[in-house]
Design a protein around this ligand. Structure first.
Ligand SMILES: [Zn+2]
Length: 140
């Protein structure tokens, strides 16, 4: 349990939207569901990685977001069909719109997380960046 590789595993880092390079710093400054709109840190508060790899980089996240949305809605439509057996298209349309709106903050956040963790060439986990290199600044 104490090896550096296992200290900060990938899945918790993805679920908690941590930096892909050090898995310590938060990508977002605000909670997923809240009154304030979601804001990202420009750089990782732990290792200083610049999250927006180049200008307009997060436009690519829209494609990831779209793929997430389609996967969720297909799953949802199958679930409605299996659970209710309904043949009324308005049942599907209204539930899909409501759930789609409710999930949009989730998709916004995780499209960016997945883009940086899995779909960015040359960006990998660096275990040595997880170390408490900034101890003297007394950050927790
Ligand atoms: Zn980092």
């Amino acid at each position: 349990m104490s090896t550096t590789d296992n200290k900060y595993p990938m899945w918790p880092a993805i679920v908690h939207a941590k930096c892909p390079r050090c898995r310590r710093g938060d990508m977002f400054t605000t909670p997923m569901y809240g009154f304030k709109s979601q804001k990202m840190n420009t750089t990782c508060p732990h290792c200083g990685l610049v999250f927006e790899r180049e200008p307009g980089y997060f436009y690519v996240a829209m494609f990831v977001s779209y793929a997430l949305f389609v996967a969720e809605m297909v799953t949802l439509a199958v679930a409605i069909s299996v659970l209710s057996g309904s043949r009324n298209p308005w049942v599907y349309v209204s539930i899909i719109i409501a759930v789609g709106v409710a999930l949009s903050p989730f998709n916004f956040r995780y499209s960016r997380v997945l883009l940086l963790h899995w779909l960015t060439p040359g960006l990998h986990y660096h275990p040595e960046m997880s170390e408490d290199i900034i101890k003297e600044n007394s950050v927790k």
